[in-house]
Write a protein that binds this ligand. Sequence first.
Ligand SMILES: Cc1ncc(COP(=O)(O)O)c(C=O)c1O
Length: 497
Amino acid sequence: MSSHAHPLWIIEALSMRLASPSTATLAQRLYQALRGWIQNGELGAGSALPSSRQLARELKLGRNTVLSAIERLTAEGFLETRPGAGVFVAEWRPSGRTSISVASAPPSEAELSLSARGERILDFSAGLSDRYTAFAPGVPALDQFPRERWQRLLRRHQQQAPLEWHDYQHQGGVPALREALCDYLRLSRSVRCRPEQILITQGAQQGFELAARLLADVGDAVWLEEPGYGGAQSCFVSAGLDTVPVPVDAEGMNLEALPTSAPSPRLIYVTPSHQYPSGVTMSLKRRVALLETAQRHRAWILEDDYDSEFRYASAPIASLQGLVDNGPVIYVGTFSKVLYPGLRLGYLVLPEALIEPFKRANARLHREGQYVVQSALATFIDEGHFARHVARMRERYRQRQACLREALAPAVERGLELSEGQAGMHLVASLASHEFESALVARAEAAGVLLSPLSRYYLEPPGRPGLVLGYAGATEAEIASAGSWLAEQWLGLAEDV
Ligand SMILES: Cc1ncc(COP(=O)(O)O)c(C=O)c1O
């Protein structure tokens, strides 16, 4: 008997393995079986394998099938070929070990240790829901999007895609889209720009990320609206910035309410056209003061203009960016509200000095892509479908808001306060106390209704109690039914208090 006799059970065990049903190829199954036995120690280091000829003969396999499995295990370091002697299990574990000392079970929730930043980001996302419900804030009317037209456009642009779109890109986005956007922004938002200033991103969120990482260092201060948008809050926290909340009142972010000891900002994040979530519009006086303050601190303003197309009582408010030439403003836009959030397309309008750094950093950090989608979107805008869709949705959302107001009317008559709702996709209901807010949210949870408590939009507790009630993404019937439910609950609780 050879000194390299293989363990006798191998052939029998392999033939049993190969007899059981599986969708994998024979070579894959042979590989998996041998690798499993090697990893769990049943085939220890130095064990000999039957020759490939013997394996092929006894298992009734092609020799190439056997060789393919053996070559793969050899390439991965589990087997080694000793010339003239045969194939053996390699000494693949660190010396002296009989097993891999890495736990094979995933860590439990209690053992999982996230970074402090990670923990805070998870706190921000506590209200996220994957359920599509009547009050989900910020969700547009997905059912109203002209999907067939859009899919036709996508197909057309896919067929016409030039070869270079399959390569890495560093242009800042498809030129046709940047041109179409530039025309739109100049006309509709009074933004001062040239197409070269536009950088297409995968949504506003990526724009915030780029600005946070390129313009501020860990520990630098960012001033943001309080209450404010959780997406921006979590982005700044994840970049390690010192988040300094600035109170919002009826005129928007109120810099005068900041203590003089507040650290000087590198970034100031605002939603001046339609403050999120309160819904107020920043007054002209405050806009001018904000520009002057930013200049004094040599800070950059991030103007998030996420839903200003949906203004019901007047024409959309002009952007802050367009107020002065060469202001320290980065304008952030998104297609998530006007089209749909799954599209993942947004853009930055950059001051001259930031164009090249942002374009290069974006190509390095996030990579550019989706050129087919971008080019289809340029046509969607150029052919007038975008403007038509926005106009239709403005009317639709006006109706949906009216529907929510009607459903809530019994509570409003008894004192429930709602925001003015001159714009946007949600209303804010003020509540008398945090207990009231918690009680309503608990009832909603039990009834399977999603309610977003206003206090969760504050960086510093306790915040003002209330509810952020999205109305754009649900049908009138759904809004009417959820609204009546809410009015009833509010009335019941108001009586108990
Ligand atoms: C204030 C605000 N900004 C921006 C966005 C859009 O972000 P994105 O383009 O990353 O989807 C939202 C969406 O909820 C928002 O509420």
